[in-house]
Write a new protein. Structure first.
Length: 468
């Protein structure tokens, strides 16, 4: 049975102080980090908003892809990589690899690594078996891949879920499965704007086994909204869910049976309170180190019909706090991490953590400028406790590392410029990074996607020299 990474019991990582009087304030471990972040902002005493000052693994240099011989990435010295699963590559099931690679997770299955990869597509035909297709009118979904870590090669790939829309991110689950999320609230086959018996609602989560196929059945109790990502606390089985909209909230799903998410449960939304118990309506202005106590309110109708009150509107009516454009989420170091792509004073993104034991919600990092961190999206936690942040901004795109001490650094740069390779030509250096994840047994391989033209990379090297 495939395994997900074991939880890292390091609650000291960017955790924040615990006390009855904690409210919207700077947590004590963040004083120096908050000062460094302010100094790095334009007009501060640091680098004036320039590139991250963190050393990380050192400067980035063009590195040749083992598979094509092209310098597709820039990496620190000592790291190497191979590409596979390009858009259009034939899969072992006879289908062409679908486009728009996005969120992903890795699972260990004996000597093999199994990957489940999202494809953020709307149009197109189903690329999965009929039994794994939700709505044949749409062409989003997931593919499953098997990677041999000893040889550094892809050995199998096939369509595992389709008929969905904009499968953006998701998250690994202790069932040795991937929760694939639709980033939409489309309802197909409306008549005059109204639902009919032939209408199909979208905006759900689908479960896909690491070694198998998805059923094509949505998990409706987990909510219908513009999903982005999930993160599951293995201690409780509670699944945390982000929402990609300007007025989104952070959700959590408490399943009746943690091994069977479709069996039902309760959907709740986070409502933050200040030290006086007053509601905090939004986290958009939060800077590094600010935190507050979280409470949770029930979303009464998790599966609203077309035209009905949305889940986020229901949540906000009960005091739910806004996280502007909630994106990536991941469990690690004993906490839940969640991303706001355009939050923070500079509106360049925030990294949050939620401690399920203390109920503290903390801004781990707020980007002071686009040059430091430009619109983070997917996130993962490395086996060594560091965070990998996938950029989805403007200009050249980077994978960033964030250390437990708050040091941010560039780890990889998109350097993809093609002249006919696999039928693609053009400058793709502005394509977003997505799906960063580590194989769980020993963390020797990190996998990541570039959404356009659609490439998956496997990177290996001297990880233990740093935090990733």
């Amino acid at each position: 049975m495939p395994e997900i990474p074991a939880p890292l019991q390091r609650r000291s990582f960017l955790k924040g102080a615990v006390g009855a009087g904690v409210g919207l304030a700077f947590a004590s471990p963040f004083g120096a980090l908050a000062a460094r972040t302010a100094a790095a902002a334009p007009g501060g005493n640091g680098n004036g908003g320039g590139a991250p000052t963190g050393i990380g693994y050192g400067p980035l240099y063009p590195a040749k892809d083992r598979a094509t011989g092209l310098e597709l990435l820039k990496l620190p010295r000592g790291f190497e990589y191979t590409s596979f699963g390009w858009t259009g590559d034939p899969m072992t099931d006879g289908q062409a690899t679908p486009s728009s690679h996005d969120g992903m997770a890795a699972f260990r299955d004996g000597d093999a690594v199994r990957l489940v990869r999202n494809h953020e597509r709307t149009s197109g035909t189903s690329f999965a078996p009929a039994s794994s297709t939700y709505d044949p009118a749409f062409g989003g979904g997931t593919t499953n891949l098997t990677f041999d870590p000893e040889r550094g090669e892809l050995t199998e790939s096939y369509g595992s879920l389709s008929g969905t829309i904009r499968n953006c991110a998701g998250g690994p689950h202790p069932n040795a499965s991937w929760l694939s999320c639709e980033e939409t609230t489309t309802v197909s086959n409306l008549v005059g704007g109204l639902e009919t018996p032939s209408s199909v609602r979208h905006g759900y989560i689908f479960e896909v086994p690491a070694a198998g196929f998805g059923s094509g059945d949505p998990i409706k109790p987990m909510g219908r909204f513009s999903h982005e990502a999930t993160a599951t606390d293995p201690a409780t089985g509670i699944v945390y869910e982000t929402e990609d909209s300007g007025s989104s909230v952070l959700y959590r799903y408490i399943p009746t049976n943690r091994g069977d998410l479709a069996a039902g449960g309760v959907l709740q939304a986070m409502a933050l309170k200040d030290a006086n118990g007053a509601p905090i309506p939004t986290t958009v202005p939060w800077t590094t180190g600010m935190q507050a106590r979280a409470e949770w309110v029930v979303v009464d109708n998790p599966d609203p019909a077309a035209g009905a009150e949305s889940t986020s509107s229901q949540a906000r009516a009960k005091g739910g706090s806004i996280i502007s454009r909630g994106e990536g989420a991941w469990y690690g170091n004993g906490v839940i991490y969640a991303i706001s792509t355009n939050g923070g004073p500079a509106r360049q993104g925030q990294v949050f953590s939620y401690d399920p034991v203390t109920s503290l919600f903390t801004c781990v990092f707020a980007s002071p400028s686009a040059d430091v961190l430009n619109a983070p999206d997917n996130v993962c936690v490395s086996p060594r406790g560091g965070l990998v942040l996938c950029e989805d901004g403007s200009g050249r795109e980077y994978l960033h590392g964030l250390s437990p001490e708050g040091e941010i650094f560039r780890f990889a740069e998109n350097n993809v410029v093609l002249t006919g390779t696999k039928g693609f030509s053009g400058d793709f250096t502005g394509s977003e990074w997505a799906g960063a994840c580590f194989e769980p047994k020993n963390g020797n391989w990190m996998f990541a996607n570039l959404q356009s033209p659609g490439i998956t990379f496997a990177v290996t090297g001297p990880w233990r020299k740093g935090v990733l």
